[in-house]
Write a protein that binds this ligand. Structure first.
Ligand SMILES: C[S@@+](CC[C@H](N)C(=O)[O-])C[C@H]1O[C@@H](n2cnc3c(N)ncnc32)[C@H](O)[C@@H]1O
Length: 320
């Protein structure tokens, strides 16, 4: 069996220090179980030429390498041949420049590689893991903040939707994404931007954009949809059709631990506090959307209060 050495993104090392190697080992294990028929063996931390790598044994096909290109911390993959490292071509799903994820900086930002790790864990834990390279999933982040998860979803070519109660976060993200799309000259159309009114009252603010990474993608379709709402997430049912998303991001734990001052009645605090220590922050992904007008299969209507980790969906919940 061939030996491989995975070089981890240097930025991941800075943020997570020693944890990045262990996280990558765990993520490799998940890729192996979910899409590689358990064919990765001897996953371990190694040092080659004074540089830390994660090494493993496998006989990788081109499609296997395409899956592994989506590891959240993958920088480069080599096949070990004696003393030499032969590069393996990695074609990631990422379809936009990385600065979509890195430009926007603010206090409390969830690390973009960690966000990607959670998105991967969600997708790979679902029954649809093997569709990762081929399918346009739809991701919703009910606490989307300034959009790290939304941007990760867009990077992967998925549809992205989110809600956030904080108007500053909503406006910062709206301004950022529209400026970024213009500056990068990415084909897009703002389908809606502004206050949502009912009975002459402003009940929310919303931004809806259709976009395509390239002209070819635009022609070939389907284009990607971004839909962000500034409202309390418990009102999600007013804005998004039930069963219309495949993967649900659940940042409640992070929200609660990182920014407790933001939590209030009906907010994530209740959910996060009632979870027992050690409750995994990731849950299996949901069933993918139907292509019919009825759209998706997964119910994700939020419960009125977030009393437990299961409050998010009635059937199954995805998490990132
Ligand atoms: C840590 S941030 C989320 C980061 C985000 N998931 C990402 O990927 O960038 C948590 C966000 O939850 C929002 N939030 C807290 N309670 C909320 C609620 N009840 N409805 C909507 N948003 C809420 C906060 O305003 C905050 O922006």
């Amino acid at each position: 069996m061939a030996q491989y050495a995975l070089l981890i993104l240097p930025s991941a090392n800075r943020v997570y220090a020693n944890a990045s190697v262990a996280l990558t080992q765990a993520e490799l294990g998940l890729f192996s179980r979910s899409v590689l028929d358990d064919r990765l063996g001897e996953v371990s931390a190694s040092t080659i030429g004074g540089v830390p790598y994660v090494t493993f044994a496998a006989d990788l096909t081109g499609r296997d390498a395409a899956f592994l290109a989506n590891l959240s911390c993958a920088y480069a993959l080599f096949r070990v041949e004696g003393d030499l490292l032969r590069p393996v071509v990695l074609g990631s799903l990422g379809r936009f420049d990385d600065d979509l994820l890195t430009i926007l900086k603010y206090q409390g930002k969830t690390n973009e590689q960690f966000t990607r790790l959670l998105l991967n864990v969600t997708l790979l834990s679902s029954a649809y893991a093997r569709d990762m390279l081929d399918r346009k999933f739809a991701v919703i982040d009910p606490l989307c903040g300034r959009g790290t998860t939304l941007n990760q979803a867009l990077m992967l070519g998925f549809d992205a939707a989110g809600l956030d109660v904080d108007r500053k976060d909503f406006e910062a993200y709206s301004a950022f994404i529209q400026t970024w799309l213009k500056r990068k000259r990415i084909k897009h159309h703002v389908d809606f931007s502004g206050p949502v009114r009912r009975n002459r009252q402003v009940v929310a603010r919303r931004l809806q954009i259709s976009l395509a990474a390239t002209k070819e993608a635009q022609k070939a379709g389907p284009i990607q949809q971004l839909d962000v709402v500034n409202a309390d997430t418990t009102r999600a049912g007013e804005f998004f059709a039930p069963e219309s998303y495949d993967l649900v991001s659940r940042g409640a734990r992070l929200t609660c631990w990182l920014r407790p001052s933001r939590c209030g009645p009906g907010c994530c605090a209740a959910a996060a506090r009632s979870e027992s220590p050690g409750t995994p922050s990731s849950r299996p992904a949901t069933r993918p959307r139907r292509s019919s007008p009825a759209r998706a299969l997964t119910r994700w209507t939020p419960a009125p209060t977030w009393r437990s980790g299961t409050a998010w969906t009635r059937r199954s919940a995805g998490t990132s």
